[in-house]
Structures are given as structure tokens and as C-alpha cells.
Design a protein around this ligand. Structure first.
Ligand SMILES: NC(=O)c1ccc[n+]([C@@H]2O[C@H](COP(=O)([O-])OP(=O)(O)OC[C@H]3O[C@@H](n4cnc5c(N)ncnc54)[C@H](OP(=O)(O)O)[C@@H]3O)[C@@H](O)[C@H]2O)c1
Length: 149
């Protein structure tokens, strides 16, 4: 099963200004909805609590600190699932990730929630595809395969 981390990031590597920010600045929500349709989406409780968009037609699994990422993943019966933040959840699922779908945005926060909260082993990445998110604003989604960490 592909385990795909999907995120909108600033150019300095942040996904939010703080842990309960509702993300209104990202331009890739349409792509997120299209790509995750009919696939399980896993997110942390902070992210779930500040989401404004209802995610229909897909299983949303809210991750809590008592959960083990592997136990959640092994119960899934799908060819792919998505890890949809936030930074703590991304870090917890990092060892199981197979792909990254990252959309850098022309923003600098200078601080906040990192793509991965806490240190991770530096992975080797292979760029597989680049999708146009917003042509006028030059925003693209970079799709990487994780070769190893
Ligand atoms: N730009 C993007 O693409 C994007 C995507 C997703 C999210 N976000 C933003 O990211 C922010 C949330 O990120 P986040 O990292 O704060 O939260 P998060 O990963 O969404 O949720 C926190 C998770 O960490 C657990 N946790 C809390 N304290 C812990 C501890 N001391 N040890 C271990 N686990 C702990 C929580 O469990 P409990 O439930 O048990 O507390 C929960 O599973 C929000 O602003 C959201 O909008 C941005």
C-alpha cells in the first residue's frame, strides 16, 4: 500500500503558523480533494479540529497519541492512504511513508508548525511527477517517492 504524505508548505518549511490555525492560504485544496477521493485520510486531532471542509466519500481516521501508526495502517484495505498532517502526525507516520506530495507556497512564516515536528532520518527522494496547482501563481505539487531513510 502507498502511504502518501500530502501537505502545503511555506518556503521555509512550515505547514501552519500555530497548532490550531485553519489553513486558508493553501491553493491546492481542489487537488487534495481529488487525490484523496475514495482513499483513507489520516490526520491528527489538532488538524481535524481546525478543518472547515467536510471530507465526504473517504474514510477519515483521526490519530491520537495512544494510537500506534502501524496498527492503524495494517487495518486499511486500500491501495493507498494519505497522511494529512499536522506536523506531529507526519512525524509519527514518517517511518511508513512511501511518497510525498508537497506543494510549496510563496510564503515565509519564520516559525510555526513544521512539516515534521521533531527530527527525522534524512530520506532519499526521487522526483516522480510535478503537477500544476495554480499556473498564474506558479504553484506546483512535487510528487516524490521515498527511496530510503
Ligand atoms: N499546510 C498543510 O498542508 C497542513 C496539513 C495538515 C495540518 N495542518 C495544520 O497543522 C496544525 C496541526 O498540527 P499539529 O502538529 O499541531 O497537530 P496534529 O498532528 O494535527 O495533531 C496532534 C497529534 O499529536 C498528538 N500529540 C499531542 N501531544 C503529543 C505528545 N506530547 N506526544 C505524542 N503525541 C502527541 C495528538 O494526540 P491526542 O489527540 O491524543 O492529543 C494528535 O495525534 C494545524 O494548524 C493544521 O491546520 C496544515
Amino acid at each position: 500500500m502507498k502511504v502518501i504524505l500530502i501537505a502545503a508548505v511555506t518556503h521555509d518549511g512550515f505547514i501552519a503558523r500555530h497548532s490550531n490555525e485553519t489553513i486558508t492560504w493553501s491553493k491546492d485544496l481542489h487537488l487534495f480533494k481529488k487525490q484523496t477521493l475514495n482513499h483513507p485520510v489520516i490526520m491528527g486531532s489538532n488538524t481535524y479540529n481546525c478543518m472547515e471542509t467536510e471530507l465526504k466519500k473517504r474514510e477519515v481516521i483521526v490519530f491520537h497519541r495512544k494510537n500506534k501508526p502501524y496498527e492503524i495502517l495494517k487495518k486499511l484495505n486500500n491501495n493507498k492512504c494519505f497522511i494529512a498532517g499536522g506536523g506531529i502526525t507526519n512525524k509519527e507516520f514518517f517511518p511508513y511513508l512511501t511518497n510525498l506530495y508537497i506543494t510549496p507556497h510563496p510564503l515565509i512564516f519564520g516559525g510555526g508548525i513544521r512539516l515534521f515536528e521533531d527530527k527525522i532520518e534524512e530520506p532519499k527522494l526521487l522526483l516522480e511527477n510535478i503537477l500544476v496547482v495554480n499556473k498564474d501563481k506558479n504553484i506546483f505539487q512535487y510528487q516524490y517517492k521515498i527511496l530510503s531513510s
